[in-house]
Design a protein around this ligand. Structure first.
Ligand code: NAP
Ligand code: MG
Length: 417
């Protein structure tokens, strides 16, 4: 019998509601199992639930996504299941009124934040880089640079200029990009101080919350104004929080990006690496692959005013869902989705001043890690475990094994109280 269900072992109470956003396909299946087997038996939490599953988004003309985002701003902490971003195939498959936008993009636009990606480190899934003992978190700026650039193909000799025309009628500012004597290419990019500042604040908030050193890297020796502005805004914002950095026992460093790359590879991990849009795009895939599996990568949206939304970095695992629909056994890794729940619970405990909630979240995380480290793993990890494992468990088998370990741990916690 589950220890927490024994008379005298009441469920752990969470003071403030958590915004729950359900989703699609295989992750929706996992979501229900996690709630039923891992959360509800042990935790008494009011979940303000929004169903972001595609049928409900379509039924509400996507209003439900907006309502969920507003709820995150109201309550401060949300946990989200992976959702389908519909393309033309999905419009047909789900008979949609239209191809609704990505829920993550909608939520990000309303909550205003930065996305951090963080690998879950387990002993028997060795990182490709031997020195990485602790996770490396990437904070990627998600505005501007090459993703909003204007480019041109130059096919004949001529001059390319940058021209800024002030709205107030004062004289334009000009700079020659290049005097072409033959064919070539040209590109213009921009960014906004306010967006960079909001990014810097979100990174600082995250570094303080996780108590991890913060790095920011660029190439301001070459791109003196553009990258220089990022460096300067990060300097201003970190200077303003100097006392908080000292209190948390962490540091801020600006590093040239080539130096940072070399240091990251030699480092033991355990830091937050803030990167400009393109650098973050490239490095987050490098870090994800370096740490092992998509099923072990979590993602959190942090707003500058301290709102948090937790999710797995992977999608709805469509291929597994179609197997599941055919009644075949699946072996989908629920680790990152469980960690989305523990991230939200631990943060709620921290914000509410209820350490027992945070302790429960850590107990659940440890139960997952112990399960994997004991060799009970899903198929994605079975292929890369060291030492190798004999086989793999099903989706339900994995969650069941975690539930057993968790019940024991919670029983011990209740006994110790
Ligand atoms: P995906 O769901 O991330 O899955 C791609 C492949 O990666 C899977 O087929 C599976 O490989 C492996 N994989 C991912 N997560 C896994 C897990 N937890 N356990 C085991 N294997 C895992 O990406 P997708 O299939 O390209 O996208 C499906 C849907 O997800 C799309 O509609 C997309 O819009 C949506 N999506 C949502 C989010 C989000 O909500 N944050 C993010 C990305 C994509 P094998 O097939 O080899 O087993
Ligand atoms: Mg990428």
């Amino acid at each position: 019998m589950c220890a927490a269900m024994r008379p005298g072992a009441p469920r752990i109470k969470v003071k403030t509601p958590i915004v729950e956003m359900d989703g699609d396909e295989m992750t929706r299946v996992i979501w229900a199992l996690i709630k039923e087997r891992l959360i509800e038996p042990h935790v008494d939490v009011r979940l303000e639930r929004y169903d972001l599953g595609l049928p409900e988004r379509d039924r509400t003309d996507d209003l439900v996504t907006v309502q969920a985002a507003e709820a995150i701003k109201r309550w401060g902490v949300g946990v989200k299941c992976a959702t389908i971003t519909p393309n033309e195939d999905r419009v047909v498959e789900y008979k949609l009124k239209q191809a609704w936008p990505s829920p993550n993009a909608t939520i990000r636009a309303i909550v205003d934040g930065t996305v951090f990606r963080r690998p879950i480190v387990v002993r028997n899934v060795p990182p490709m880089v031997r020195s990485w003992a602790r996770p490396i978190t990437i904070g990627r700026h998600a505005y501007g640079d090459m993703y909003k650039s204007v480019e041109m193909r130059i096919r004949q000799p001529g001059k390319v200029e940058l021209v800024f025309t002030p709205d107030d009628g004062s004289p334009p500012q000009r700079g020659v990009v290049h005097e072409f004597t033959a064919s070539g290419i040209v590109r213009g990019t921009h960014n906004l101080d306010a967006s960079i500042r909001s990014f810097a604040r979100a990174c600082i908030q995250m570094a303080l919350s996780e108590k991890e050193d913060l790095w920011f890297s660029g190439k301001d020796t070459i791109v003196k104004i553009y990258h220089g502005a990022f460096r300067e805004i990060f300097r201003q914002e970190t200077d303003a929080r100097k006392a908080d950095f000292e209190k948390a026992g962490i540091t801020y460093s600006y590093l040239l990006i080539d130096d940072a790359v070399a240091r990251a590879i030699r480092s033991p991990g355990g830091f937050l690496w803030a990167l400009m849009n393109y650098d973050g795009d490239v490095m987050s895939d490098m870090i994800a692959a370096g740490f092992g599996s998509l099923g072990l990568m979590t993602s959190v949206l942090v707003s500058p005013d301290g709102h948090f939304e937790y999710e797995a970095a992977h999608g709805t695992v469509q291929r597994h869902y179609y197997e599941h629909l055919k009644g075949r056994p699946t072996s989908t890794n629920s680790t990152a989705t469980i960690f989305a729940w523990t991230g939200a619970l631990a943060k709620r405990g921290e914000l509410d001043g209820t350490p027992e909630v945070t302790r429960f979240a850590k107990a659940l995380e440890q139960s997952v890690i112990d399960t994997i480290e004991s060799g009970t793993v899903t198929k994605d990890l079975a292929a890369i475990c060291q030492p190798p494992v004999a086989g793999h468990v099903t989706t339900e088998g994995f969650i069941g094994a975690v539930a057993e370990r968790l019940a024991t741990r919670v029983g011990q916690m209740a006994g110790a109280r």
